[in-house]
Ligand binder design. Structure first.
Ligand code: ZN
Ligand code: ZN
Length: 158
């Protein structure tokens, strides 16, 4: 799947992007911030290596505070406002892509659900889904292949 071009974009079509590699990990977040930011019950986000994302079109950004209190930069289409990706911490060299902006987003279902403590009570998740009350340790949860891709990227780009 390495060479397959993954594409996506905003709702108006002004912003289009390509992903060189499949995401490292995809998760659904039910925290209060994600609810407000999306106007929905949860968001689906994919962690991607920063050098795998190429964005065409004009995006604007704004600085917000992540749940941890650290500054986080979110990027959105200047025309329609679709929030396409975020940079939670430039030191980690990963972007947080809004999974549902991918053209074939159904291929990337959430691998875990996080901040389940804030899950809407009327939303029932399947028993097969892996849930965390809050965050988790990627080293214990991400697939081996993703951890390897990530550590190799950090090694080559430090
Ligand atoms: Zn747009
Ligand atoms: Zn969240």
């Amino acid at each position: 799947m390495g060479d397959e071009k993954l594409k996506g974009g905003c709702i108006c079509g002004q912003v289009r992007y390509q992903l060189k590699e499949k995401p490292l990990f995809t998760q659904a977040c039910h925290c209060k911030d994600c609810k407000v930011l999306t106007g929905s019950s949860y968001v689906v986000n994919s962690s991607v290596l920063e050098n795998t994302l190429t964005v065409e079109g004009e995006v604007s950004s704004t600085e917000l505070k992540a749940g941890s209190g650290a500054p986080c930069k979110t990027y959105f289409c200047v025309k329609c406002g679709t929030y396409v990706y975020a940079d939670y911490d430039s030191a980690v060299k990963r972007f947080t892509l809004r999974t549902k902006t991918l053209d074939n987003s159904h291929k990337f279902p959430p691998q875990v659900h996080i901040f389940i403590k804030n899950k809407d009570p009327w939303l029932n998740l399947s028993k097969d889904v892996i849930c965390f009350e809050e965050m988790y340790d990627p080293k214990k949860v991400w697939p081996e292949d993703s951890l390897k891709r990530y550590s190799e990227y950090l090694k080559d780009n430090s």
